[in-house]
Write a protein that binds this ligand. Structure first.
Ligand SMILES: NC(=O)c1ccc[n+]([C@@H]2O[C@H](COP(=O)([O-])OP(=O)(O)OC[C@H]3O[C@@H](n4cnc5c(N)ncnc54)[C@H](OP(=O)(O)O)[C@@H]3O)[C@@H](O)[C@H]2O)c1
Length: 280
C-alpha cells in the first residue's frame, strides 16, 4: 500500500543520535511494505526538545521515537500520555493526532515481553519469581512489563540500594528490593533473570554475578545488545540456561510505533534481525 499523495514521515530524536538503529529498522519496513516515506535521525539537544516536538505537526510528521536524553522530558511536554507511559515515567513514542496534539506512549515494556515470547514461546510468566538487576530507566519499563504479565514476585537489585528501594516503593507488590550484597543468593528459585544495567556492554565491565544458585530451568535475559552475547549470557548458556539477548526488545518496541504512525503491524523477521545484527 502506498500513499502517492502523501510522503510518510517519522524519526527518532536524541543526542547523540547517529548510533541509533531505528532509521535502518523503520526504513526496512517502509521499503518492505511499499510505503513512500522516510524515518530520519533527528539530532536534538535537550534545550531544543519542546520546539522540535511542537514542529512535528507542521512538518507533517506522523510522530517520532525518543531516545537518550529525552524520554523523561517528553512526558512533561506531550498533551496527553498513556497510563503506561506515566507509570514508567517516560515516553519512547509520540503520535501526532489529527488535531496536531501530541500523544506520548511507551512501547519498551511491550518490546521486552514480546521478545521473550518470540525467543521462549513456552515461557510462563507466572511460573516463578523474577530477578531484575538494575533500577534505571530501562528497569522501570521491564518492571511494568513483568508485573502486567503476572509475575508473582520480582526481586529488584541495584548497585545503589536507595534507587531500588525507591522504585520498589513506587511500583509496590510484587516488586521487592534486595540488597546488592545478596544478589547471588537472590537467584535461588528464580524463573527469570534480567540484566537491565549497562554492565556487559562494549567498553563496560561484565556484570559481577555468580550464577551458581540460579536454577538451570531459568530464562536469562540481557537487554544489552552490543555485544549480542554478553558475558552474562555466555556464562548462563554454558551452564545450560536458556538465554534471550537484547536485540529482540529493540526490534519489537518498534512494531506498535510503526503501526500507530503508518497503519501496518510490521513483522520482525529473521532477515530484519540479521540486517540490524550486522550493524552491531
Ligand atoms: N534492548 C533495548 O531495547 C534496550 C532499551 C533500553 C535500554 N537498553 C540498555 O539497557 C542498559 C541500561 O539503560 P538505562 O536507560 O536503564 O540506563 P540508566 O537509567 O542510566 O541505568 C543504568 C543502570 O545500570 C547500573 N550500573 C551502571 N554502572 C554499573 C556498575 N558499574 N555496576 C553495577 N551497576 C551499574 C545503574 O546502577 P546505579 O543506580 O547504581 O548507578 C543503573 O541501575 C543500557 O545498556 C542500554 O543500552 C536496551
Amino acid at each position: 500500500m502506498s500513499h502517492p499523495d502523501r510522503f510518510l514521515l517519522a524519526g527518532v530524536m536524541g543526542w547523540p543520535i547517529m548510533h541509533s538503529r531505528s532509521p535502518k529498522l523503520h526504513g526496512y519496513w517502509l521499503d518492505h511494505y511499499g510505503l513512500a516515506g522516510a524515518y530520519v535521525p533527528l539530532a536534538i539537544k535537550a534545550e531544543g526538545l519542546e520546539a522540535a516536538l511542537r514542529a512535528l505537526p507542521a512538518l507533517g510528521f506522523a510522530g517520532c521515537n525518543l531516545t537518550i536524553p529525552h524520554k523523561e522530558a517528553a512526558l512533561r511536554i506531550v498533551d496527553e500520555a498513556s497510563p503506561l507511559a506515566r507509570r514508567i515515567g517516560a515516553v519512547n513514542c509520540i503520535v501526532v493526532r489529527a488535531d496536531g496534539s501530541l500523544e506520548g506512549r511507551n512501547y519498551d515494556a511491550f518490546g521486552f515481553t514480546e521478545s521473550l515470547r518470540e525467543r521462549a514461546p513456552d515461557l510462563r510468566f507466572d511460573a516463578g519469581p523474577a530477578v531484575v538487576i538494575g533500577a534505571g530507566g530501562a528497569s522501570r519499563a521491564i518492571l511494568a512489563g513483568l508485573m502486567d504479565e503476572g509475575v508473582p514476585e520480582i526481586r529488584l537489585i541495584n548497585r545503589s540500594p536507595a534507587r531500588a528501594q525507591a522504585l520498589a516503593a513506587e511500583f509496590g507488590a510484587p516488586v521487592r528490593a534486595v540488597p546488592w550484597e545478596a544478589k547471588a543468593q537472590a537467584l535461588e528459585g528464580a524463573a527469570i533473570l534480567v540484566n537491565t544495567t549497562s554492565q556487559g556492554m562494549v567498553g563496560e565491565a561484565p556484570l559481577d554475578l555468580a550464577l551458581d544458585a540460579l536454577p538451570v530451568s531459568a530464562l536469562v535475559v540481557d537487554i544489552v545488545y552490543a555485544p549480542l552475547e554478553t558475558p552474562l549470557l555466555a556464562a548462563a548458556r554454558a551452564r545450560g540456561n536458556r538465554v534471550v539477548d537484547g536485540l529482540g526488545m529493540l526490534l519489537h518496541q518498534a512494531r506498535p510505533a510503526f503501526e500507530a504512525w503508518f497503519g501496518i503491524d510490521p513483522k520482525v523477521t529473521p532477515e530484519l534481525r540479521a540486517l540490524i545484527e550486522a550493524t552491531l
